[in-house]
Design a protein around this ligand. Structure first.
Ligand code: PLP
Length: 427
């Protein structure tokens, strides 16, 4: 039972303290109970906590839209607020479809995504999510969309730094578009750095750029799902900035509200929204969209990220964390891979590093390790997916304030906890 949380720490109702080693679900990027955010929320609460968006705009939502547009890539200035990641993804899908219709391309309805991937748990988002255990129980209620393999170079024995590897995986998208019929494909959605489904999978060199080229060539809209990567988590405000690629539509959520309020957004290319609006628009009406309290908190979260250069700190601490995890990898053969960008970092346990064989499922390593970490005062985020086949991976994603506000000893304690957590499983 959670009692309270502050900075990178959380306390349960028995008074036990934990390091929030995963920022919840990669959400609490600026840490818990940030005084500036709480003050901004209190100030907004005194003014108004709700104004229906069809009746009123609010200063808070206007300001957050302006701040978000300023951070977004050039040409993407249209912002629609929602209350979470699935809603943000759904909004991009609906916007893409309406845009195709305004362009006289009603035959374009297929949305290609990757396997594995995670885009949310509403039915539309599940149709493009590459994680069968969550989607299959609803078949055939919705049409599951075509998938291409996510580029897991480390499992395929390929060099992720070799541009030929990036081309190899990206060209699978081209093959899939041609197989489906290029004029039927509406969009391709990708997490710039993989999240829960792949465990911080970083695309190989040239992959993101080639994907952009392919989408442009075939008139396919490129959607970046930045629900987890957005908000500075990877060392840039948007994950795709690492590759200088500009998408057509973006979804953002988790770190955007920073765990203070349910908040997300669709960010869209200006001309897409203008074309849709001049054709009569469409109704996308979430009652809580643009809620003033959520937007005021969102503004304060963005201000804190900027004021304290938390994105930069996350990038620097991500390097330190990666070094430490590689150190653990040398000590424990069980750790088969360490990967990530900034503070979106993960390691994967394997029975055999050379063959990449996973640990036996019966070992239940992912949940055992979580329990051991809890006992050692550390909260971690684990998944056994590798696309539903194998693989225990652990996301190591502390808040981006890590070390900027706490004594350096904090993270040593954290690493000792990791070491303690791994040791019993490897014996
Ligand atoms: N997209 C990505 C990349 C995610 O990581 C998630 C959640 O983990 C979602 C979408 C869904 O977000 P939510 O759980 O807020 O609906």
């Amino acid at each position: 039972m959670l009692d309270r949380a502050e900075g990178i720490y959380m306390w349960d109702t028995d008074g036990k303290r934990y390091i929030d080693g995963s920022s919840g679900a990669m959400v609490s990027n600026i840490g818990h109970s940030n005084p500036a955010v709480l003050d901004a929320m209190r100030a907004q609460m005194k003014k108004s906590t709700f104004g229906y968006r069809l009746h009123f705009q609010t200063e808070a939502s206007e300001l957050l839209a302006a701040k978000t547009a300023a951070l977004a890539p050039e040409g993407l200035n249209k912002i629609f607020f929602v209350s979470g990641g699935s809603e943000a993804v759904e909004s991009t899908l609906k916007m893409a479809r309406r845009y195709a219709l305004t362009q006289g391309q009603s035959q374009r309805f297929k949305m290609i995504s990757r396997y594995p991937s995670y885009h949310g748990c509403t039915l539309g988002a599940l149709a493009i999510t590459g994680y069968a255990p969550m989607a299959a129980p609803f078949d055939p209620m919705m049409m599951r969309m075509p998938k291409v393999a996510a580029p897991r170079a480390y499992l395929d024995g390929l060099d992720a730094d070799d541009p030929a590897t990036g081309l190899h995986y990206a060209n699978m998208l081209e093959a899939k578009i041609l197989e489906e019929g290029a004029d039927t494909v509406l969009a391709f959605i990708v997490e710039p750095v993989g999240g829960a489904s792949t465990g911080a999978l970083v695309p190989p060199a040239g992959y993101m750029q080639r994907i952009r080229e392919i989408c442009t060539h075939y008139g396919v809209l490129l959607i970046h799902d930045e629900v987890m990567t957005g908000g500075g988590r990877t060392g840039h405000f948007f994950g795709a900035e690492h590759w200088g690629v500009v998408p057509d539509l973006v979804s953002i959520s988790k770190g955007f509200g920073g765990g203070y309020v349910p908040l997300g957004a669709m960010i869209a290319r200006d001309d897409i929204v203008e074309a849709v609006m001049s054709a009569g628009g469409f109704i996308q009406s979430f009652t809580y969209a643009g809620n003033p309290l959520a937007c005021a908190a969102g503004c304060a979260v963005l201000d804190e990220i900027e004021k304290h250069d938390l994105t930069g700190n996350g990038a620097r601490m991500g390097d330190v964390l990666a070094q430490r995890l590689h150190g653990l990898m040398q000590r424990y053969p069980l750790i088969g891979d360490v990967r990530g960008k900034g503070l979106l970092t993960a390691f994967e346990l394997m029975a055999d590093r050379d063959t990449k064989a996973p640990l036996p499922a019966a070992l239940n390593a992912h949940s055992r390790l979580v329990d051991i970490a809890y006992d050692n005062g550390l909260i971690i985020y684990s998944r056994r997916t590798r696309g539903g086949t194998s693989g225990d991976h652990f996301l190591v994603c502390p808040p981006m304030i890590w070390c900027s506000r706490t004594r350096p000893a904090t993270w040593l304690i954290s690493c000792r906890s990791w070491a303690k957590a791994v040791a019993p499983v490897s014996n």
